[in-house]
Design a protein around this ligand. Structure first.
Ligand SMILES: C[S@@+](CC[C@H](N)C(=O)[O-])C[C@H]1O[C@@H](n2cnc3c(N)ncnc32)[C@H](O)[C@@H]1O
Length: 337
């Protein structure tokens, strides 16, 4: 077995071990793993950016597939996630550079570490199983912990507790409706206001359950039943971390720093994110973005991307069975022209 084959076989063994640990909440299984690696068109000598390095699962795959000398810049705004990635990817030595930063500063981080032009960029949005499994981070309604939900616990930004305890009911209603697509947002917001002050995830989950009758609700357009607090927790996490704003800021920067032929891969986990990615990629793949009623083009817009996936790549039933977190994942890929 040569060294590249050995790395691949180590990686597969590592993934199996990771999957075993994930069942007890200890590790993050990268979703759509092979589709991401294939879609990024990885090769030796390439410069790749994993803008959400998390547990380092995709990053390990990228480094193996770009052996022996491909390099990777791994960003995360969670210092704890970066420590996990550092430990997991230690064997790749100087081929990996880690940066504690939000991908809202993608261009700046890439320039500072000589990753421009980049041959591939990955954004695997949302939170990792590691963050979800740690009650002290406050992301989970299934375990009790402080209502925090910040990806970056060192940031000065508001916590989920600040939002639920301080926002007026009207604003809370809008937040839950907009970011959680919670149809009963007003009812939930009023229950939260009545239950103040809320300090823990358990208290918040109980308030939501009480408002929604404690029954499992079905998610939009599907028969799958979800916990009643799911949408409230999603909405608060998105608001606390300004996730949609960050995504909107990162996408144009990714296009700007990609080399011609370089690929951008984005995995989203809910329709709000996917809509932003879809619209951005569609718009950037058109030569003219004038309104249809314009008789002649006046926008001078030039396509910067070529769509590789017209429809998002979804996980197979097998992947979803092995890793329920993959259930709502959608992968979109585009290439810099
Ligand atoms: C789904 S996990 C990524 C998992 C990773 N692909 C793996 O295979 O282990 C998402 C990660 O993105 C990080 N994150 C979320 N928003 C971020 C942002 N604006 N900038 C940088 N990292 C962010 C989270 O802290 C989390 O670690």
């Amino acid at each position: 077995m040569n060294s590249a084959e050995r790395s691949r076989s180590d990686l597969r063994a590592g993934e199996l071990d990771a999957q075993r640990k994930d069942r007890v909440g200890g590790v993050h299984i990268p979703v759509l793993f092979q589709a991401v690696l294939d879609g990024l068109h990885l090769g030796p000598g390439g410069r790749y950016i994993d803008a959400t390095v998390g547990g380092g699962g995709h990053a390990a795959g990228i480094l193996v597939a770009s052996s022996p000398d491909g390099r990777l810049l791994g960003l995360d705004r969670d210092p704890a996630a970066l420590n996990v990635a550092r430990a997991r990817l230690a064997s790749f030595g100087e081929r990996v550079v880690f940066v504690y930063s939000s991908f809202t500063h993608l261009r700046e981080s890439a320039r500072a570490h000589n990753f421009v032009p980049a041959d591939g960029i990955l954004l695997d949005l949302g939170l990792s199983s590691l963050q979800l499994a740690d009650p002290s981070r406050g992301f989970a309604f299934m375990s009790d912990g402080p209502l925090d939900m910040r990806f970056d616990p060192q940031s000065a930004g508001p916590t989920a507790a600040d939002l639920v305890n301080e926002l007026p009911a009207e604003e809370l209603t809008r937040l839950l409706y907009r970011y959680g697509e919670e149809r009963l947002a007003r009812r939930v917001a009023e229950a939260i206001v009545a239950a103040r002050p809320l300090h823990t995830t358990g208290e918040l989950a109980a308030a939501v359950e009480q408002a929604l009758g404690g029954a499992l609700s079905s998610s939009k357009g599907r028969r799958r039943r979800i916990h009643p607090a799911t949408r409230t927790f999603q909405a608060l996490r998105i608001a606390v971390n300004e996730e949609l704003v960050a995504l909107e800021a990162a996408l144009p920067q990714a296009v700007e720093i990609l080399a011609p032929g370089g690929r951008l891969a984005v995995i989203s986990f809910h329709s709000l994110e996917d809509r932003i990615v879809k619209r951005f990629m569609r718009r950037e793949s058109r030569d003219c973005i004038c309104p249809p009623e314009m008789p002649v083009c006046t926008c001078d817009h030039k396509a910067a991307l070529r769509l590789i996936t017209r429809k998002p790549v979804r996980p197979t039933k097998g992947e979803t069975a092995a890793n329920p977190r993959a259930r709502s994942a959608r992968l979109r890929i585009a290439e810099r022209v």
